[in-house]
Write a protein that binds this ligand. Structure first.
Ligand SMILES: O=C(O)CC[C@@H](O)C(=O)O
Ligand SMILES: [Zn+2]
Length: 546
């Protein structure tokens, strides 16, 4: 009888307990690298075109904040320390910089006031006052976004939710958690872990991003494949509307068919129609048996085949299926090495592509058997070149790091233009190839390095049909941007895809929404915005610009 891959791996582990990860088997021969055939899909509707995106000028409809405004805002809060401003000398420009700038150093606001309320009532008082005074406001959570959605464009007042971070309640029978919007995602997940539950969203920025910001941007993350989108898991919200009205649906019923499901409007509205202050969400039971494996593959076609086999083989225990290309893997290796870690060989045979498969179930033996059968099949079919399987928690995390460290590693390689696209899975990687060709033709990128574009990498959530393209440039520059945009949106529109699968529109993609949405949809969105925010004070110049 043939021994299984996992059994072999375990024997190897006993023989060499210091091995960081376990090798499954190496198949370095007999595999061709077929290119993905490009299939012409006619786009039925007219393709929206927009060239030379420019920022709208600062709106003269908004008041300019003064020292008197600062004084009044202070009077609305329980602690005057909740307002930081250069207008009254309570803060310096440097103090406000972490709130004005985004973490990529791409977006730079010029706000002179940061307000940090502690209660929903305080948020309501602030918004009521700002609305009355015509002062524009940008809501801000962990400021970890990628599209400039949480930074001021000009001098909007920053309303930061960081001081609202209490877990309000957790019901261990229903799994319903209620918390303040400013709770850090990882803190909430750790709290749930102690009770045997899991937050139904996980992403690389979990240590800094906030739950309210996650909901406001409808963050997708690494386990959407398993737990679905926040549109399904969020059961209720507390939201302060621009005039200070508090909308409260925190009751959080799983079933409720009485009228429009209004909370859905706020999920993914990027702080343009209300500020989320509380979230009620359904937390599933935390899997007690988890495993992760990473494979190297020779082609994108193999990635797709492995995805199909994995879905069929693992069924309900599949909790993540991620992919990355060799260029992304090289960046991570370099980053890990620069961080001082010993250079270790993870794969005997490296590939053109890598996939990470995670299982999460409740019975280790059952899950392992399924994973084992899958791996045998993948190897027999010669779909994978090599694979490693985590054997303990440390290895579990170090394998996940190969995927999770990609954005950070790209950031180390330069100023990164980030695209977050949805297209049918068979078309996904062709977008990366088209982008390389485009940048090569413009003389900006050369295979092997040497151009102003240092690297173009493709990775993402295959399980959700969501591709990330990261283009690492020597600096953010209009000349480069014009080569990339709107070209990148045009090639997405040709496939009838989405120009924002999960990062949102923010200020970056606001001008390009027409590549993904019809004029009718955009008009309806504008009407919604006007209804909730007739003065347009909330997060102006972004999302759907009225
Ligand atoms: O930085 C990016 O482009 C992607 C970030 C995030 O959505 C991820 O999937 O890692
Ligand atoms: Zn992502």
């Amino acid at each position: 009888m043939r021994r299984s891959a996992i059994a072999l791996a375990k024997l190897a582990a006993r023989a060499n307990p210091s091995a960081q990860t376990l090798r499954l088997r190496t198949l370095s021969h007999g595999l061709s690298s077929p290119r993905l055939a490009s299939v012409a899909t006619p786009f039925a509707g007219p393709i929206f075109r927009r060239h030379g995106s420019t920022l709208p000028p600062r709106s003269s409809a908004f008041a300019t904040a003064t020292k008197e405004h600062v004084e009044h805002l202070k009077s609305l809060l329980s602690s005057p320390n909740g307002v930081m401003s250069t207008l009254d000398g309570s803060a310096s420009t440097d103090d406000l910089q972490p709130f004005n700038d985004d973490w990529m150093n791409k977006y730079h606001g010029k706000s002179q006031i940061v307000v940090k309320p502690k209660t929903t009532q305080e948020v309501a008082e602030i918004l009521k006052y700002c609305n009355g005074q015509g002062l524009a406001v940008v809501p801000q959570g962990g400021n970890t976004g990628l599209v400039g959605g949480s930074n001021p464009v000009y001098d909007e007042i920053i309303l930061n939710l960081g001081n609202m971070s209490a877990i309000r309640s957790f019901d261990e029978v229903s799994g319903i958690l209620q918390c303040d919007a400013g709770c850090i995602l990882e803190t909430v997940d750790n709290y749930l872990a102690e009770k045997g539950f899991i937050f139904p969203l996980d992403l690389g920025a979990k240590g800094s991003c906030q739950v309210g910001g996650n909901v406001a941007t409808n963050a997708g993350g690494l386990r959407l494949l398993r737990y679905g989108s926040l549109h399904g898991t969020v059961l209720g919200l507390e939201v302060v509307l621009p005039d200070g009205t508090i909308y409260d649906s925190m009751g959080g019923l799983r079933k409720d068919n009485t009228g429009f499901d209004l909370k859905q409007l706020f999920i993914g509205s990027e702080g343009t129609i209300g500020i989320i202050t509380g979230v009620s969400i359904l937390a599933p039971k935390r899997p007690t048996a988890m495993n992760v494996a990473v494979f190297s593959l020779s082609s994108y076609e193999a990635v797709q085949k492995v995805f199909n086999e994995t879905k069929a083989g693992l069924g309900e225990i599949l909790s993540a299926f991620e992919f990355f290309d060799k260029q992304a893997y090289e960046l991570v290796k370099r980053h890990i090495k620069e961080g001082g870690e010993a250079d270790r060989k993870v794969f005997e045979t490296e590939g053109e592509f890598y996939v990470l498969v995670e299982t999460g179930g409740s019975n280790n033996d059952h899950d392992e058997e399924k994973l084992q059968n899958l791996l045998e099949k993948l190897m027999e079919d010669e779909l994978i070149l090599d694979g490693v399987l985590a054997q303990d928690q440390t290895q579990f995390h170090s394998l996940w790091k190969l995927r999770e460290l990609i954005p950070e590693s790209a950031g180390k390689a330069g100023s990164v233009y980030k695209y977050d696209l949805s297209v049918p899975v068979p078309k996904m990687y062709s977008l990366v190839e088209k982008m390389r060709t485009r940048l090569g033709d413009a003389g900006l990128w050369k295979e092997g390095g040497g151009g102003r574009i240092r690297e173009v990498v493709g990775y993402g959530h295959i399980g959700d049909g969501n591709l990330h393209i990261n283009i690492c440039a020597d600096k953010y520059d209009d000349e480069i941007e014009k080569v990339i945009e709107p070209y990148v949106y045009e090639i997405v529109a040709e496939e009838r895809g989405s120009i924002s699968a999960e990062h949102g529109l923010g200020v970056m993609k606001a001008p390009y929404i027409g590549y993904s949405k019809s004029p009718t949809s955009i008009e309806l969105m504008k009407q919604v915005k006007k209804m909730f925010d007739p003065k347009g004070i909330l997060n102006p110049y972004k999302y759907v610009v009225v």
